[in-house]
Design a protein around this ligand. Sequence first.
Ligand code: F6P
Length: 486
Amino acid sequence: MVASDGARVLVASNRGPVSYSLREDGTLESRRGGGGLVSGLSAIGPDTDAVWVCAALGEGDRAAVLRTPERSGRLAAEDTGDQRVRMLDIPADTFASAYNGIANSVLWFVHHLLFQTPLEPVFDEDFREQWAAYVAYNSAFADALAEEAGEGAAVLVQDYHLTLVPQLLRSRRPDLRIGHFSHTPWAPPEYFRLLPDDVAAEVLTGVLGADRAAFLTRRWAEAFAACCSDVLGATVSRDDGVLTVTYQGRTTRIGVHGLGADADFLRERAHRPDVEERLAVLREAVGGPDRKVIVRVDRTELSKNIVRGLLSYAQLLRDRPEWQGRVVHVAFAYPSRTDLAIYREYTDEVSDLAEEINEEFGTPGWEPVILHVKDDFARSLAAYRLADVALVNPIRDGMNLVAKEIPVVTDDGVALVLSREAGAYEELGDDAFVVNPYDILATARALHQALSVSHGERAEATKRLAAAATALPPHQWFLDQLRALD
Ligand code: F6P
């Protein structure tokens, strides 16, 4: 049955716009998150009936759901900034298998080409149990969306956690208009086919349950279409430049929306007192205005290639000793998915390598690498302002917003060293020093060139980078997807 007061616009994502932690006295503290979806959803205005469906991620979130009236998961408006949010308390073991097991250890690895294939992946009975949990977790989302949506509502389903939702939801509510958006790259067919055949087919038919499947770049959209053709035998068409996939009598339109940086927000936020304070501390740590600064800011994900970034910096100091004492690498590697041992090990490797570089090259007045692993947004903005060079060298990345944010926030222009495997390369490649992320020697050379570029050239390139980076701000990105579903 369709609720008479059902929502007209719905967003579904694993991580919601608010999270809770339990204080020692048992009370709850709520924290609102940022990001493209939050600012996008706010763009549709308070008069539109919109609901955001998300999962309870931890103990605090679960406690919050238990405290909602009738355990409905409909969160209090004061916690969500008046946004209607329904948080799903999916059983903790189902959630862990779906999120850590399938989404982050299988699908993320597939789309970012991260497996060391002589030994992994291994699709055994444990995998099958986790896959069943992933199906259950996607079904819980489909059930909640079917309950919350008004007649003919638009539903925007986000990311690799929820690939099965479009089809599951369509079978429950054929009246809805459904979009799916992938924030990651999409694997090329020969790599996607590492997945067991039935699972590969289920993921693709799940997404094809949408009226429209959208991606951050043309490259990822084409890879998805190629997988549909190779794995399912679906028909791919490009009539009048519109990419479509037809499978079993239904046609899904394929779209591209290159999420851009939120210039107004970033520029205002980057000049608040807490950022100024951190800028002063960072300047002091760098030690002198004559020293150049190479900045990188990442969540410590395996795809970000932080280790090769540090190796390239060490190579630069070796190949070009004239930079010793004249450059500092400010590297922020913030915690991500720390439930997974391989992420924790990777973080340790980053810390060890930074230490080794400091031991090998450092002098009493010069610390070659300043590494921080504790998340601090204000400090990130301070580093953005200070950067002479931005190093963005992922193995593969859906977009990489840091590459777009630094040119917008920089005080004095920035030279961008950018991996050709980042989605942002499509829009920013012409004004960046482009690198193959596996090539340490070439990345070291690109760092040297970026450090050596003239002030004037750097300023001109930064203007063009900032213009390209802000072409599609989050609110427009969101509205475009909504309009395209009409
Ligand atoms: O950075 C890409 C991304 O897939 C985003 O789309 C998504 O919001 C995020 O990673 C998921 O990260 P987490 O596992 O921390 O929720």
